[in-house]
Design a protein around this ligand. Structure first.
Ligand SMILES: O=P(O)(O)OC[C@@H](O)[C@@H](O)c1c[nH]c2ccccc12
Length: 517
């Protein structure tokens, strides 16, 4: 932890407070006797903590600014309980999150049986004792903040007091750090506390490295049911939700339900889509360096076996099959046939409603949508790429891995379209009047500037990019916009629906040569 990043400043400030007023920071006087022994979870209830959904009492944060300045912790906790949260997290850090130990005490007093997590940057064994005396049932221990010996000591201390300890990680390195301690409750924070970047695929990238029995909590950046479903696909059994719950507590029942609803059963599916993307991206690239492997490549508009096998052999990470009115529409049965031998996940491209100025909701597209659902159920498709607007909320009724494809026609449209999307990623594509389009046009420069600005300012997710990518353009586009995934189709064809071997080979060669940054 070097220099002046925000995390270092928060921790430094906390140390100063510990040196000054001590871990009780005021409210301890006279309170501990009153609270002592109240609301202890103990035994089985500690083991059951936290249930599917922890909602957080959070006034503000360094990354999101003011969330609710006049928040009343009691009202907030009451609302959370009423809406169906299984536990409440009280952020007690004062200087950057506007919390306090008084918040913890007042929630505990009012709700003796509510499982409460004290969320703070705890540093010393005395912090654990204070948390216990003030009525917490669980504490957060951040692996990125605590040296190994301190982490071990605080975990021991929590055990001694019968507190549950949620040990938070964000990187592979931190997973390795906590491994010898095999904590029973691990949180994977989607937010990098140093850069504030939120990546909902982070848990999917890390879960397989947590190879001891642990319950895993998916932390930060969750707003919608789709986000919750990604958490489940990532192997997490609980969500920790702050901002979304504070701003709109009515999202709570939906999030809780999403953590418990039965997921659709695939008859023969092999790919866990988000895990595949998250893990594949990191292969061959060390997180600690700025050198990344080439972006993931999706080759789209596959209509036949030969093109699919060639793209796979050249290194495609995903293949796209079109389920809509288009010269590139995949013949019926192709997904099932390819899934049997290919070893690369297939994505179904569907249109679920009209696009602005486009003709999306044709009977053919609706039939395609239904066929795609069947191929998802059979396991032939690993995910769907959704075009068009969805006034009927068809996306949110899907429990399959899905991502939106957006085609902003102007810079002004970027924010409006992107801010409505949930889930870990969206694919940005060039604007055409028809989905059939395939004109090979690139996304306009001024639109891309806005897209990059949106992703940077909202600090959310990495770029997936389509539109006009061919052997001649791909290296420059990758260099310029640093996408995590690129999607190419029409500029690799000898005619609509048929790939050109020479162009495909040249595309991957250009990518290997010029696409490394
Ligand atoms: O408001 P969000 O994006 O839903 O995030 C909640 C919670 O995960 C976040 O507050 C948090 C997770 N780990 C932390 C560590 C310190 C401070 C805050 C946090």
């Amino acid at each position: 932890m070097k220099g002046g990043d925000i995390l270092s400043r928060i921790v430094e400030r906390r140390r100063e407070r510990l040196r000054g007023k001590g871990p009780g920071d005021g409210p301890l006087q006279g309170l501990d006797r009153e609270l002592y022994g109240r609301g202890r979870l103990g035994g089985d209830r500690v083991r059951a903590f936290p249930g599917p959904l922890i909602c957080e009492v959070k006034r503000r944060s360094p990354s999101r600014g003011e969330i609710k300045a006049n928040l009343n912790p009691l009202d907030q906790a009451r609302t959370y309980l009423r809406e169906g949260a299984s536990a409440v997290s009280v952020l007690t850090e004062q200087d950057h999150f506007g919390g306090s130990l008084e918040d913890l005490v007042s929630v505990r007093r009012a709700f003796p049986d509510l499982p409460i997590l004290r969320k703070d940057f705890l540093l010393e064994p005395e912090d654990v004792a204070v948390s216990w005396r003030l009525g917490a049932d669980a504490i957060l221990l951040i692996a990125g903040v605590l040296p190994f010996e301190d982490l071990a000591r605080l975990l021991d201390e929590a055990r001694r007091f019968g507190l549950a300890a949620l040990v938070e990680v964000h990187s592979r390195e931190e997973v390795e750090k906590i491994r010898p301690l095999t904590p029973a409750l691990v949180g994977i924070n989607c937010r990098d506390l140093r850069t504030f970047q939120v990546d909902l695929l982070r848990p999917a990238a890390l879960v397989d490295h947590l190879d001891w029995p642990a319950r895993i909590v998916f932390e930060s950046g969750v707003f919608t049911r789709e986000d919750a479903l990604v958490a489940r696909e990532s192997g997490c059994s609980s969500l920790l939700v702050g901002e979304a719950a504070v701003r709109n507590p009515r999202c709570i029942p939906g999030l809780a339900a999403a953590m418990e609803e039965p997921l659709p059963v695939r008859t023969g599916g092999r790919f866990s889509f988000w895990r595949y993307c998250a893990q594949r991206r990191r292969e061959g690239s060390e997180e600690t360096t700025s050198v990344q492997a080439r972006p993931l490549v999706k080759i789209c508009g596959i209509t036949n076996r030969e093109d699919a096998a060639l793209a796979r052999d050249l290194g495609a990470d995903l293949l796209g099959l079109v389920y809509a009115d288009s010269p590139r529409e995949a013949p019926e049965g192709l997904a099932g046939e390819l899934a049997g031998f290919l070893g690369v996940p297939l994505v179904g491209v569907v249109v679920e409603g009209p696009e602005p100025g486009g003709a999306g909701a044709t009977p053919g597209n609706r039939a395609g949508f239904r066929r795609a659902l069947q191929d998802l159920e059979s396991g032939a498709l690993a995910a769907v790429q959704l075009h068009g607007h969805s006034p009927g909320g068809e996306i949110s009724s899907l429990a399959w891995p899905a991502f939106k494809a957006l085609r902003p026609s102007s810079p002004g449209e970027v924010h409006r379209l992107m801010s409505r999307c949930s889930g870990p990623r969206v694919l940005v594509d060039a604007h055409h009047r028809q989905l059939a389009g395939g004109t090979g046009e690139a996304v306009a420069e001024e639109v891309m500037v806005e897209v990059s600005r949106f992703l940077r300012d909202e600090r959310r997710g990495a770029l997936w990019l389509a539109g006009g990518l061919g052997p001649d353009t791909v290296a420059a586009v990758v260099e310029r916009w640093k996408p995590e995934l690129i999607d190419a189709s029409s500029r690799l064809e000898e005619r609509p629906g048929k790939k050109d071997q020479f162009l495909l080979e040249a595309f991957f060669r250009a990518l290997e040569r010029g696409g490394v940054w």
